[in-house]
Design a protein around this ligand. Structure first.
Ligand code: A2P
Length: 276
């Protein structure tokens, strides 16, 4: 079976397709509608959005108009990073469902342990309150799994200490060169599945000479090497593209990178993202 049709199993038994379609930085409206429609046409069954991306409405429309049964598509959305209270989280979830036009969601995660405008701020109590609201939603059956994003082991420990349900997922920025070993081994130990956003380093990894050399050897593209590498690390990459040929290419990752080439890719160090 092709990787695009394969799934991992989360700690509560829910299945999640191995490759997700990322929608961060895809503009709301036609751009998102067209990209998600193309992704579904070419086999993606896992779509990742967020309240903060402002494109949930277009994601929902594309899914509802695709003709594919809702239950065949795994959809993730995220609680905005500044919402750190119980009632606010309940309200935000309702708004997400309304924007998507769904009666349930597959995965709802806290977008970040702190508001983006106050990165690093201690929001331990707020994260517990938000997560407790998500536990209530989970128990109501309106979401199939709950989790976190951008959480460090300390941030997760806070949830494990004060909440009941072990997060199913921690979605983190993860790509060749970015050392996430501490968070990944912590999550593995606790049974928390790791998803990898920005698998291509938002595109900046694609001109890396080592990745290009390995890509030539396997007669694939640098993007395919980046995605395959993350699959072989046991995570779910969430590549994003608004171009049909690229989003197709990103599903064609049915090859094995040999151990010596994985080791060579592991020698790449650093974060090429430029946030300006
Ligand atoms: P575009 O959307 O114009 O195709 P990431 O998934 O790490 O966030 O990276 C997304 C960036 O990489 C976007 O700029 C996207 O551009 C580009 N991209 C996605 N897939 C490919 C590909 N197969 N080849 C080249 N660039 C790609």
């Amino acid at each position: 079976m092709k990787v695009i049709n394969q799934t991992y199993t989360l700690n509560n038994g829910v299945k999640i397709p191995k490759i997700g379609f990322g929608t961060w930085q895809i503009k709301p409206g036609d751009e998102t509608y067209n990209a998600v429609s193309l992704a579904l046409k070419h086999g993606y069954r896992h779509i990742d959005t967020a309240e903060g991306y402002q494109n949930e409405k277009s994601v929902g429309e594309a899914i509802r108009n695709s003709g594919i049964p809702r239950e065949e598509i795994f959809v993730t959305s995220k609680l905005e990073s500044h919402i750190k209270d119980y009632e606010g989280a309940l309200r935000a979830f309702d708004e997400t469902l309304k924007a998507l036009g769904f009666d349930y969601l597959d995965l709802f995660i806290i977008h970040a342990p702190w508001p983006w405008s106050e990165m690093g701020k201690d929001c331990k109590e707020g994260n517990v309150q938000a997560y407790k609201a998500m536990e209530e939603i989970y128990k109501s059956g309106r979401v199939k799994a709950i989790g976190v994003s951008n959480f460090s082991p300390n941030d997760i420990e806070n949830i494990l200490t004060h909440c009941e349900i072990v997060p199913a997922v921690n979605q983190i920025g993860y790509f060749i060169g970015l050392d996430q070993s501490e968070t990944i081994s912590y999550c593995e130990d606790k049974g928390i599945f790791v998803e990898a956003y920005s698998p291509l380093g938002i595109g900046y990894l694609l001109d890396n000479p080592i990745i290009n050399e390995v890509a030539k050897k396997y007669k694939v593209s640098p993007a395919q090497i980046c995605i395959r590498y993350l699959l072989q690390k046991g995570t779910a990459p969430l590549p994003k593209s608004i171009h049909e040929s690229r989003l197709i290419q990103n599903t064609e990752v049915d090859f094995d990178i040999w151990a010596d080439d994985m080791a060579l890719l592991d020698t790449i160090k650093g974060d090429p993202r430029r946030w300006s």
